[in-house]
Write a protein that binds this ligand. Structure first.
Ligand code: GAR
Length: 200
């Protein structure tokens, strides 16, 4: 799990693993921000955590080399990003094809990048939501694993929309990680096709 901040999506995934809703467990939490609350949440759960690439001095090549070693040492099968604010290089991503997921707080391809909820409110969208997608070299452009809609209400601001969206993100990320780890899915063009329930 890679994060830069609060770590609420990490907690939702960790709790789902504990409840047996996800066929896996979180073995490592990595952050580029030493003070990220998500790191403390990992420690409190007894999950290994590491700070990699903090500060301006480390180059991207150095950061990603260290990250690759940490992921390999922890024998990670799937990498989940949640509020991870570093761009991963195409070279790094190529080593993890269809094995890195991200959660984004909008219905992609609408409102990619930073401040998605603010973008949705400013645009006047009536429906926004959350997307879980595989990570490719673009910004929030990878194949979509799951989406869930959230209404944008009159008088919403970025903060109120984000608060309404967050629990939807949590549930979506849990169900998406479960479906990815259960396997049996195929990529066709940009579409991720999952087996029908009961046929997996
Ligand atoms: C979440 O809302 C996530 O969707 C967003 O950062 C927040 C992290 O919260 N990510 C992005 O905006 C990525 N472009 P968390 O640390 O509590 O999981």
């Amino acid at each position: 799990m890679l994060l830069s901040g609060r770590g609420s999506n990490f907690e939702a995934l960790a709790e789902a693993c504990d409840r047996g809703e996800i066929p896996g467990r979180i073995v490592l939490v990595v952050s580029d921000v030493p003070t990220a609350a998500g790191l403390e949440k990992a420690r409190a759960r007894g999950i290994s955590s590491k700070v990699i690439g903090a500060g301006p001095r480390a180059t991207r090549v150095e950061r990603e080399a260290e990250l690759a070693v940490a992921l390999a040492e922890s024998r990670v099968d799937l990498v989940c990003l949640a509020g991870f604010m570093r761009i991963l290089s195409a070279e790094f991503l190529a080593r993890w094809p269809l094995r890195i997921l991200n959660v984004h707080p909008s219905l992609l391809p609408a409102f990619p990048g930073l401040h998605a909820q603010e973008q949705a409110v400013r645009y006047g969208a009536r429906v926004s939501g959350a997307t879980v997608h595989f990570v490719d070299a673009g910004t929030d452009t990878g194949p979509i694993v799951g989406q869930a809609a959230v209404p944008v209400l009159e008088h919403d601001d970025a903060r109120s929309l984000a608060a309404r969206t967050l629990p939807v993100e949590h549930a979506l990320y849990v169900s998406s990680v479960r479906r990815v780890l259960e396997g049996g899915w195929r990529i066709s063009g940009r579409s991720v096709n999952f087996p029908a329930p009961g046929l997996a």
